[in-house]
Each structure stands twice: as C-alpha cells, then as structure tokens.
Design a protein around this ligand. Structure first.
Ligand code: FSO
Ligand code: SF4
Length: 428
C-alpha cells in the first residue's frame, strides 16, 4: 500500500505497510481501486453529459464513492468490495447512458469496412473517444477538401450513420494508442487528441497537434468550444498527403441490433454444433510483449468459434480474415471500450435466447487491461457475476494475495497463460 493523504502519514512521507490510522493494505488497495473505477465512470459520464445525457443516480454514486475514500471514513474490507461492485453497476448504467446518447445522436451503428491508409489531399487525424468532437470537426471541414481520419478508439465513428454520411470521413491511419508517435510522425497532417491515451508529442509533430475536451498537453494549443478553425488552418497549411495504394481494411460498427438480427441464425448454428463457442477478446492494447498473446489466441481458435471484440485491444488481431460461419462474421467489432455495454447486452440477449444463465452460455471473456476505464469494466463484469474470465497481459498491481484469493475463489479469474493451452482448457 501507499497512502499519504493525511498529516499522520508515517515519517511524514507515506504509510506503506499499515496506516497509523489502522488502515490495512487490502483496504488501501480497494479504496484506490474504487477511485480507479470512479475515474473510468467519470470519463464515460463526461462524454454522455457533453451530448446532453445525464443520470442523477450515477452522479450520486460518484459522490458517495469518492466520499468513502476520505480519511477515516470506511475501513471495512467487505463494504469496499460491495462498493467496488456498486461501481461496476454504476459503470453499466453510464455505459448504457452513453450508448443511448451515441445512438440517439448519430444513429444505430452499422457494420462498415474502413480503409487503413491515406487519400490524396490535406488531412486531420482524430484520436481519443469523443464522438461529439469528430462530428463538429466533420461539419466544420465540409467543403474544405480536408480528409478526416480516425486513429485508435475513434475507429468506431465510421459505423454511425450520422458520421459516416460525411464523405470526407476518409479512413483510419495507424492502430492502437501506443503507435501514435510512429503514426503521427509518418503522416504530415494536423492531429486532434480528444481524450485520454494521448502521449507527450515528439518534436516533429508538436507544432501540428491540438487537444480538446479534457485532453491537454503542455505548450500545445487547446481547442475551446469545439471551434476547430486553428486545426483546419494548420491542415491546409501542411498541404496534401499522397494516396496510398492497396490499403488494407478493417470492419467496425456492429451494434446490438445488427448482431441480434442474426439471433435466429446464431441459435440454429449453435444447436447444429456449427458454432461451438463465443469469445469476447478485448479491452486495452498494451505495448508489453505479453500482449502478443491476444493475436495468437485468436489465430489459434478453431473455425467453429466467433470472436466479439472492442476497444483498442482489437488492433492485435482485427486485420485477420477469419471469414464467417454461414453469414455470421467470425470477428465482430462492437466499438470503443464503453461499447462493452453492447457485448453485455448481446450476452444477456443470448442468455434469454438459449434460456441459460450468463455463466452457462458458451461464452468466454478474455480481457486485456491498461488503465482505469478497463478497471471499471472489469468490476461491471464482476457485478454481473461473470465467472471464468481470463485477464492479462499482466495481473494488475493492485491485486494483492487477499484480492487475488477473492477473485479466484468467487469468480475463478485466471491470468492469461499459453494461448494454445488456454484454448484447449476452455474448449475441453
Ligand atoms: Fe484503449 Fe486507452 Fe478505450 Fe482505454 S485507447 S486503453 S480502457 O484508454 O480506452 O481502449
Ligand atoms: Fe496513513 Fe491512514 Fe493517513 Fe493514509 S489515512 S496517510 S494510511 S494514517
């Protein structure tokens, strides 16, 4: 543990074994963890609020949760677990609120094939999670000749009818958040960072990157009130990109409606043994070497399996062509990390369809985590009592022996191992 939030802190520097106040390490970790989840919930709440959608019960939870971590308020090891699960519930509510906001504002997502590479003309590359920012930018760049590209978590923008109607939403450049230094250097375009996962820029593009919303970088111009004039001027000043030949493609934009329109077919295929198991493989991508697991795992899955994916973890394998099973695609990208709610709602609908409890469905969740939004989603899955999940690329550092025991004993959580061995074990 490490806590330095009050004046009693050990040696005036920090309590790292047990607090002078009596706080024990597991309580400290669960309090920290609650704050991680609160950060994730707040990120989604912020995006929903920007689109005019609010839910008082989410705000109430955020206040109560934060208050519970104040000095000498809550030392109960069990109540903090309950608060963690409550955070999971609040996160489900906020993801659903944000999905509703996205759908009511931009339409139901539709599957969309997206080219990865540049087109002839000046460009602006948008990274982050903020759909309102990309919509405003698309409006303001209409007729200017500027192509707007997505990067990382903005890829799902291509699936929304009210965004893809803009012909100058031209494609995707690069992949997950951590390739940004390479991608932003390579393409001489103006860059807009709209949320988290933006890195301190390299010198060679620091004069052409801008931030908006909560994203801020030292010495970098912040766009206020969605007025993108400075970034538009910069893109025009930078001039044209060249057309790249033979661009690869990726597919995104599967919403609940599209997937459930296949419900009867899915039932038939499962009952006929043609679909053996569904896997949800997703979360954050990470530069750690252990993250290679996710590609190998998906590559080695047998042909009678279907993979749902989401967030930037999909870039590990979304270039693979796994084909389809009688019209059901074998890789289904449901969107951003907050679109975990799509996967949850599909899983709940499949439970109804097959008359099975969530844990009895032929569905295994293989998560990758990087930061706090993923922690909030993890607690959401625990709140839904989802068992037998695999977690990687490494176990979170906040998991001490007590917390690991709790997760293993109650949820049979397993760290990722060898892809082939894991697949064998799961498929029996
Ligand atoms: Fe990735 Fe970053 Fe969505 Fe995360 S871009 S890592 S959980 O913030 O956001 O998947
Ligand atoms: Fe130490 Fe407790 Fe104060 Fe934290 S709240 S610094 S654990 S005495």
């Amino acid at each position: 543990m490490f806590c330095y939030q009050c004046s009693q802190t050990a040696k005036g520097t920090g309590c790292d074994v047990r607090g002078v106040c009596g706080k024990v390490p597991t309580v400290a970790r669960l309090q920290d963890n609650l704050i991680f989840s609160i950060k994730g919930i707040s990120a989604y709440n912020y995006q929903a609020n920007e689109l005019g959608y609010k839910d008082e019960s989410i705000d109430e939870f955020l206040t109560k949760g934060m208050y519970s971590t104040l000095t000498n308020v809550n030392f109960d090891v069990e109540d903090l677990i309950k608060l963690g699960l409550d955070a999971g519930e609040a996160n489900i509510k906020v993801m659903r609120l944000l999905k509703k906001a996205h759908i009511e504002t931009y339409g139901e997502p539709e599957p969309q094939v997206v080219e990865v590479g540049s087109k002839k003309g000046p460009g602006i590359l948008v990274t982050g999670h903020d759909m309102k920012a990309i919509e405003e930018l698309l409006k303001q760049t209409e007729g200017t000749g500027i192509n707007v590209y997505t990067h990382s978590e903005m890829l799902p923008a291509h699936g929304y009818p009210e965004l893809k109607k803009y012909e100058h939403l031209a494609g995707q450049l690069g992949g997950p958040w951590f390739d940004q230094k390479k991608t932003f250097s390579k393409y001489n375009v103006a860059i807009l960072a709209t949320s988290n996962c933006v890195l301190l820029p390299k010198d060679d593009y620091s004069d052409r990157i801008f931030t908006s919303g909560v994203a801020k970088l030292p010495g970098i111009m912040q766009i206020e009130n969605y007025d993108f004039t400075p970034i538009i001027n910069k893109a025009l000043e930078l001039g044209d990109l060249e057309e790249e030949e033979n661009k690869p493609t990726v597919t995104t934009g599967f919403g609940v409606s599209t997937i459930l329109s296949l419900a009867d077919k899915i039932k038939e295929l499962v009952e006929a043994g043609k679909i053996r198991r569904f896997f949800l493989v997703g979360g954050c991508d990470s530069p750690l070497p252990q993250a290679r697991y996710y590609r190998e795992f998906v590559e080695k899955l047998p042909e009678d399996t279907v993979v749902l994916t989401l967030a930037c973890g999909k870039y590990r394998f979304n270039d693979l062509d796994l084909g389809d099973i009688e019209g059901v695609p074998r890789i289904i990208d449901v969107g951003q990390c907050n679109d975990a709610i799509v996967a949850v709602d599909v899983a709940l609908a499949l439970s109804d369809l097959f008359g099975l409890e969530l844990n009895d469905l032929p569905l295994t969740i293989v998560l990758s985590w990087m930061e706090q939004k993923a922690v909030a989603i993890f607690w959401s899955l625990l709140y839904l009592n989802k068992k037998d999940m695999l977690l990687g690329p490494i176990l979170p550092a906040w998991v001490n022996d007590d917390i690991a025991d709790f997760l293993v004993n109650n949820y049979n959580l397993t760290p990722i191992g060898d892809p082939e061995e894991d697949i064998k074990r799961i498929l029996g």
